[in-house]
Design a protein around this ligand. Structure first.
Ligand SMILES: Cc1ncc(COP(=O)(O)O)c(/C=N/[C@H](C(=O)O)[C@@H](O)C(C)C)c1O
Length: 393
């Protein structure tokens, strides 16, 4: 469970039995396909989720940037984001482990919605922890979680965002490990969560690799994905990591600026890979936004899904190794990317996804002839925020 100095299992003793049980189940069912687990996972992802998602040529953006731009359409996955790949895998695994209850955290509400959908589909009770602040800025998703039969527990501690929601969910899990599985939303947390979530999301790049060879006749020169915790990022990169010729770009939230105000303990961005320091959060050693005393700083982003002070240990490692290049795109550029994809390609992206299109606008000259961009989610959940933010500017 180590990626160089990153990863590990920095959890309280009370959680170790659950972590060991999960590591055993991961090895048997995900790596070993025991009882045909992975076959059932893939069949349900196809029939319930609607996989495979298209790799679609973006004609307007290809013209604008004078190179082939392909969109991996995870926004077309059932629920409107890549989150279902991981949520379905983990809820199915919980069933194979004989668990009777599901808990999960969410920030943007996409992961919470995907978990609620998967729990309804597989008939298992589900409770979602969500920060008060995020409940207020992602209302449509809160309604969807309840419609899918999940209970939504508001988290009022701290700033009421993702960080507190994850801590609250881990506290619940520590006392309910016997009958409960914690469906974590990204490639974060103690081993085996980061590798398991990456393995469930890797279907994105397995398909994109094949589709790129089919449509473009060869591998892409560049693969681009936004990065919050890093699950859609590593899912889009996993199948290309061994192809050294394929450049991998992780686009983080540059927020309002990259300048950090140490005094206030507030980072006006969520660029953990770009400006973070090594530290431990939510059970894993990784790169974090922290002040000089090592206190985790409050992050910021126009998008809830990227508003997280940490990042997956695997991504931190690949950045240190020089295999993944981290880029920060600020709120303004993300908002422009949101409007550009909507008006030129007829696809309204999630504000998280929009950061990847802000990157393309600013850096396309540095890229090669064939660029694959992951459209991690659709923007229905963000319409109010996008309109408000646009009116402000
Ligand atoms: C449409 C969309 N795109 C990208 C992300 C970033 O999460 P990663 O893919 O795990 O980096 C997200 C993250 N959403 C999570 C959520 O909905 O709860 C997020 O807030 C946390 C789990 C990180 C998202 O919704």
């Amino acid at each position: 469970g180590k990626f160089g100095p990153y990863g590990g299992q920095y959890v309280p003793e009370a959680l170790m039995p659950a972590i060991e049980e999960l590591t055993d189940a991961y090895r048997r069912y995900v790596l070993g396909n025991e009882d045909g687990f992975m076959d059932e996972f893939r069949e349900r992802l196809a029939d319930f989720g609607g996989r495979p998602t298209p790799l679609q040529r973006a004609d307007r953006l290809s013209e604008r940037y004078d190179r082939e731009v392909y969109l991996k359409r995870e926004d077309l996955l059932h629920g409107g984001a890549h989150k279902l790949n991981n949520a379905l895998g983990q809820v199915l695994l919980a069933k194979y482990m004989g668990k009777e209850r599901i808990v999960a955290e969410t920030g943007a509400g996409q992961h919470g919605t995907a978990t609620a959908m998967a729990a309804a589909h597989l008939d298992i009770p589900c409770e979602i922890y969500m920060g008060e602040r995020d409940i207020n800025r992602q209302r449509p998703n809160v309604f969807r979680m309840k419609l899918n039969g999940a209970e939504v527990n508001p988290v009022t501690a701290g700033r009421g965002t993702l960080k507190e929601a994850i801590s609250e969910t881990m506290r619940d899990w520590a006392t309910t490990v016997e009958n409960t599985h914690y469906v974590i939303g990204s490639i974060v947390g103690p081993h085996p969560f980061p590798v398991m979530v990456r393995d469930f999301q890797a279907v994105i790049s397995e398909e994109a690799r094949e589709q790129s060879i089919e449509k473009a006749g060869e591998l892409p020169t560049d693969v681009v994905a936004c990065a919050g915790g890093g699950s859609n990022t590593m899912g889009t990169f996993a199948g290309f990591v061994d192809d050294e010729a394929v450049a991998l770009h992780a686009v983080e939230a540059g927020g309002s600026t990259l300048e950090v105000d140490e005094e206030a303990g507030v980072a006006p961005n969520s660029a953990s890979l770009y400006t973070g320091e090594e530290g431990v959060l939510h059970g894993a050693r990784t790169k974090l936004l922290q002040d000089s005393d090592g206190q985790i700083m409050e992050s910021h982003s126009i998008s809830s899904g990227l508003d997280y002070a940490g990042v997956g240990p695997e991504l931190a490692y690949l950045v240190d190794e020089g295999r993944v290049s981290p880029v920060a795109v600020d709120d303004d550029a993300a908002l422009e990317g949101f409007h550009r994809l909507s008006s030129t390609e007829g696809i309204i992206p999630a504000l998280e996804t929009a950061h990847a299109f802000g990157f393309l606008e600013e850096h396309h000259e540095e890229l090669g002839d064939r660029v694959v961009v992951n459209v991690s989610g659709r923007g229905d959940k963000d319409l109010d925020a996008a309109i408000e933010e646009t009116d402000k500017r």
